[in-house]
Ligand binder design. Structure first.
Ligand code: ACO
Length: 428
């Protein structure tokens, strides 16, 4: 029986070290003992972008990128998308188990009753220019909530954490809707507690002069499924920002703001916005081959293609494609889907994409549905952020209760100048 360890010989010294392997991983600190002499700092690893480094142990989300598998707390995403609701899935992600009826009712009540924002938050949003990107508004107003809830700094207190979790899940749609209405010059709409979480979000987005907003059931369900699909995705860029900022014991509003900022980038959650811009730029199916050629030549990346973890179909993309038809029956078909299908068809036959295992990711199709729902492209990453909030909070809670965690503080390889003396201005 082979030993569960790694034997390393340092050819500089001839010394041999035995490094234990646990969970198919070696502890980076175990390398520190590998030194040339006593003054030597010890060996480190170099891993820009954390391509092969696990930063935590987690029990929340399981992804098998080669098989295209995504599970929250063990439950396959396909089953949750079909049978669960966003709030139930949020409970599962944060608490580890599906709720019983009483737990779900309490959870729903608590979230529903934290949807209102302090009036001064409206003033904060009013201060933005009329054309401010809603994601910029969201990032800063989530951070601003920290000043309204100073008790949120008690991150070691489970009751306080629970309260901030209710508030954040509840207030994200309100902030998102207010950011949208601000950009349209429309009055803010107060939450309607009689509606579902997603129905109320649609109410705050779209209510005009009618006395009561009634969400269209197909749209409400589709949006709820989209939130479920985005609810967590283990240690992606935004979540890593959440954990990094959270590791300094900052309050969860500041950490969530950092996570949303990480999400905003076009290589991450901002990709859904860029996909729509790209498909519009392509304009028609016959222009797809030329566009793919330019991407292969390195002029730009195909937005919505490729993933750090998935080297197969993104399972979320498959589910979105299925619900797209239901949405189009109500909204009318978004013609841009024909260009998207053609792009997928051509790219997936091409050796460039096959050899690099570049498949469409969740952002490739989500924007097409959002657009059919009459949503502007700038709001797409904001929708992603609403869905991802339970995941960020679950990861944050896991971090702050994990005794093995420490403040995030990577090392560097310093390649700059050695010591040199200051040169007076007249001698430079
Ligand atoms: N179009 C064209 N080529 C691509 C693409 C793409 N979308 N994505 C990766 N590649 C190529 C790279 O040029 C590289 O080629 P090379 O080996 O010849 O240099 C190879 O595939 C590997 O790419 P990396 O950048 O090393 O992969 P990484 O894991 O670092 O990046 C990422 C993953 C950022 C998602 C990348 O695929 C990308 O930029 N995709 C487009 C943006 C996007 O859709 N982002 C959303 C991701 S899903 C999400 O965050 C929710």
């Amino acid at each position: 029986m082979s030993k569960n360890s790694l034997t390393i010989t340092d050819n500089r010294t001839g010394k041999t070290y035995e490094i234990p392997i646990e969970h198919e991983t070696i502890n980076a600190m175990a390398l520190r003992q590998i030194k040339v002499n006593d003054e030597d700092f010890g060996l480190m690893t170099y891993d820009p972008g954390f391509k092969n480094t696990a930063s935590c142990k987690s029990t929340i989300t399981d992804i098998d990128g080669d098989k295209g598998i995504l599970r929250y707390r063990g439950y396959p995403i396909e089953q949750l998308a079909e049978k669960s609701t966003f709030l139930e899935t949020a409970y599962l992600i944060i608490n580890g188990e599906l709720p019983n009826q009483k737990q779900l009712d309490d959870w729903t009540w608590n979230i529903t009753n934290h949807t209102i924002l302090h009036e001064n938050v409206k003033k904060h949003i009013d201060g933005f220019r009329y054309d401010a990107h809603p994601m910029g508004i969201l990032v800063s107003t989530v951070a601003a909530l920290s000043t309204f809830y100073p008790n949120s700094k008690q991150i070691a207190n489970p009751k306080s954490r629970e309260k901030q979790i209710y508030r954040l899940i509840a207030k994200m749609p309100t902030l998102a809707a207010f950011a949208y209405r601000h950009s349209r010059g429309l009055p803010y709409i107060l939450p309607d507690n009689e509606l579902s979480y997603t129905g109320n979000f649609l109410n705050m987005m779209f209510k005009m002069t009618e006395l009561r907003y009634k969400p269209t059931p197909v749209i409400e369900k589709a949006m709820d499924v989209l939130f479920i699909l985005h609810a967590d995705h283990e240690q992606n860029c935004g979540t890593t920002a959440m954990r990094t900022v959270g590791s300094s014991e900052a309050d969860p509003y500041c950490a969530t703001s950092a996570a949303a900022a990480g999400l905003y980038g076009p290589l991450h959650g901002g990709a859904n916005e860029q996909v729509l811009r790209m498909l519009r730029e392509i304009g028609s199916k016959d222009k797809v081959p030329e566009y793919v050629k330019r991407a292969k030549e390195g002029e730009f990346r195909l937005m919505g293609f490729g993933h750090r973890v998935y080297k197969n179909y993104d399972p979320r993309g498959k589910i979105i494609k299925q619900i797209a038809d239901e949405v189009f029956e109500v909204t009318g078909k978004n013609e841009i889907i024909d260009i998207a299908n053609e792009l997928e068809r051509i790219a997936l036959q091409d050796d460039y994409f096959i050899s690099r295992k570049l498949y469409p990711n969740v952002d490739f199709y989500s924007g097409i549905i959002y657009e059919a729902m009459n949503l502007p492209v700038t709001i797409f990453p904001v929708l992603f952020a609403i869905g991802r909030t339970p995941g960020w909070l679950a990861q944050w809670q896991e971090l702050v209760t994990d005794k093995e965690q420490a403040i995030s503080r990577p090392r560097q390889i310093y390649l700059g100048e050695d010591k040199r003396d200051y040169i007076p201005m007249e001698l430079r």
